[in-house]
Design a protein around this ligand. Sequence first.
Ligand SMILES: Nc1ncnc2c1ncn2[C@@H]1O[C@H](COP(=O)(O)OP(=O)(O)OP(=O)(O)O)[C@@H](O)[C@H]1O
Ligand SMILES: [Mg+2]
Length: 271
Amino acid sequence: MNTIAMKPVSVTNDVVSTNRSPKVISRGVKVFYGEKEALHGVDLDIHEREVTALIGPSGCGKSTFLRCMNRMNDVVEGCRIEGKIEIDGDDIYDRRIDVVQLRARVGMVFQKPNPFPKSIYENVAYGPKIHGIASGKEELDEIVEGSLTRAGLWNEVKDRLDKPGTGLSGGQQQRLCIARAIAVSPEVILMDEPCSALDPIATARIEELIDELRENFTIVIVTHSMQQAARVSQRTAFFHLGDLVEVGDTSQIFTNPKEERTQAYITGRFG
Ligand SMILES: Nc1ncnc2c1ncn2[C@@H]1O[C@H](COP(=O)(O)OP(=O)(O)OP(=O)(O)O)[C@@H](O)[C@H]1O
Ligand SMILES: [Mg+2]
């Protein structure tokens, strides 16, 4: 039987990266839903080619902050954003920014795998097609194979590329969604609880994949699992009631947090 052992629950990613330039800079980011202020001014740097985990109790604003980074909040009625977010120095809320291009630069993977009701091939080919990335069928085929390979799915699907993506298992569907996200060569990948609908084996595969992907991509992952944050991330940001309470190297946050509220959360005293 093909089983994948879960990595032990410990902080394994405490090696200080040599490449720590900020890819995304957030300054004074406030988000309002109508009158309600959901984020109270977040200053956070997301480092390039690292995994940053956003943790904190339900309703603290993790998804809200994640959605700020590719302007998904634009489509939420009554939602308003103040402050500044830059990616490589580009103000993503500048009026001149093309949101479609932005979302190609900043891809997203959701909690529930959501393949299009199309073939496996079309799921991955769709983005490169609409962004005009491939110059012909041959190049498109290469992008599809490359993306599925990097998502660790190629061998499982190469003989059924014309079958519906929705016919795959949950874990396979999530890897398909990751393949779809990376097919347009994004710089940043946002993941909102990408494993919460998956079993432990499928979760372990996605975690391994995230670890591989950080070689090429900057990743921000929201997770409710502190074990997962400890396993996959190099930096962790703890949110509470709309505030970014503390951010630091994952090892420091989990072993030696500076803030009382972080300590309380990671030791399970609330949340
Ligand atoms: N579309 C919306 N309209 C109104 N309020 C919202 C909306 N989305 C989120 N909120 C509110 O903003 C706050 C932050 O929500 P958010 O979904 O970002 O939290 P979260 O940390 O992702 O929580 P969870 O862990 O449960 O996913 C909450 O008080 C929530 O009720
Ligand atoms: Mg959320």
